[in-house]
Design a protein around this ligand. Structure first.
Ligand SMILES: [Zn+2]
Ligand SMILES: [Zn+2]
Length: 348
């Protein structure tokens, strides 16, 4: 007979239910982690609102922190002791595909593989009380880090990967488009890179928070043409690096237009809907600019995010908008989709 556990599931559009599923059994090289905090990513929110079609019931959740409660027979319990705080890179990596072999496991061909081993239930499974994880998926955290903060390791790791793709240099002009959680995490990282940061964001409250967090210049794109304004700020050249954190294709086009010669433009966000944009090939030819993307965290960027948070180099506390118990998960999802929240966290 299997033990049961509770999980938060999207059971139909805009409907959240607490369901009971089997508690995962651990393999010899795995540990059982009791989830303590799980942040609600845009991914789960899009399944909830129906923007992203996914088979239901769906148990999302990949921004997790928790505590080891049980170790498999091959696991060294002197390192992975019960009670140890951990962050987890829960995304699957096969380890043998073309991209995994090149150290780009964030592009693994199997990255969307399900972790939930329960017929008729889908998703990665971080929004449950327990997950079974390989020791290679977890990072041990100091005892003084809160689980809520530690749950932001995964999104921060995505941003570290994005910043590395943009590769800003000391003294560069950098634009962040969008002042949501991902824009703000870019800001916190880019502050450490010695760059002048310009943010384009229509919401005044978000612009004010950006300034509070150290942004050098904010633009309201509803009041002025952000491309023109970035050019004016950079002697007509355009920015050295542009990060687009919004999902709107017309904004993606602007992101390219505000990138200067020799610049780098990073499409951080996925697009909904994904409308192709126009790019002048002659401009690319003449500018030697690079347009690239950034997706998911690599192992290397996850490791950097663990260090940034556990050594308190970055403090993302202002970006935690609300914390709900899992029994109030329906309210948590409603709060998460409101435009005035950053990250909403569910506690187990
Ligand atoms: Zn996420
Ligand atoms: Zn792979």
């Amino acid at each position: 007979m299997c033990d049961k556990m509770k999980a938060v599931a999207v059971t139909s559009e805009k409907k959240i239910e607490i369901i009971e599923i089997n508690k995962p059994a651990i393999k010899p090289n795995q540990v059982l982690v009791k989830i303590k905090a799980c942040a609600l990513c845009t991914y789960e929110q899009r399944v909830y609102t129906g923007v992203k079609k996914f088979p239901l019931p769906f148990i999302g959740g990949h921004e997790i922190a928790g505590e080891i409660v049980q170790a498999g027979s091959n696991v060294d319990v002197s390192i992975y002791k019960p009670g140890t705080r951990v962050a987890a890179r829960i995304l699957y990596k096969c380890g043998v595909c073309y991209y995994c072999h090149r150290g780009k496991e964030n592009l693994c061909v199997d990255i969307n593989k399900q972790l939930i081993n329960e017929p008729g239930i889908y998703g990665i499974g971080g929004l449950g009380q327990y997950v079974a994880l390989d020791t290679t998926q977890i990072w041990i955290l100091p005892e003084d880090i809160s689980f809520e903060k530690a749950a932001l390791t995964e999104p921060l790791a995505c941003i570290v990967n994005s910043v590395w793709q943009g590769n800003p240099q000391l003294g560069d002009d950098v634009v962040i488009i969008g002042g949501g959680i991902m824009g703000m995490l870019h800001l916190l990282c880019l502050k450490l890179q010695g760059t002048r940061i310009i943010m384009s964001e229509p919401d005044e409250k978000r612009r004010n928070l950006a300034l509070e967090l150290g942004c050098d210049y904010v633009i309201d794109p509803f009041k002025t043409d952000p491309v023109k304004e970035v050019k004016e700020l950079t002697d007509g050249r355009g920015a050295d690096v542009v990060f687009n954190t919004t999902s709107i294709s017309s904004v993606a086009e602007q992101a390219v237009q505000m990138t200067g010669y020799l610049g780098r433009c990073v499409m951080y966000s996925s697009q909904y809907p994904d409308v192709p944009i126009k790019i002048s090939t002659n401009w690319l030819h003449n500018s030697e600019a690079v347009i690239t993307g950034a997706v998911s965290p690599s192992i290397r960027s996850f490791d950097a995010a663990v260090n940034l948070l556990s050594k308190n180099i970055i403090n993302p506390e202002k970006l935690i908008s609300a914390v709900f118990d899992y029994t109030e998960a329906a309210q948590a999802f409603e709060a998460a989709i409101r435009p005035d929240t950053y990250r909403v966290i569910i506690k187990f």
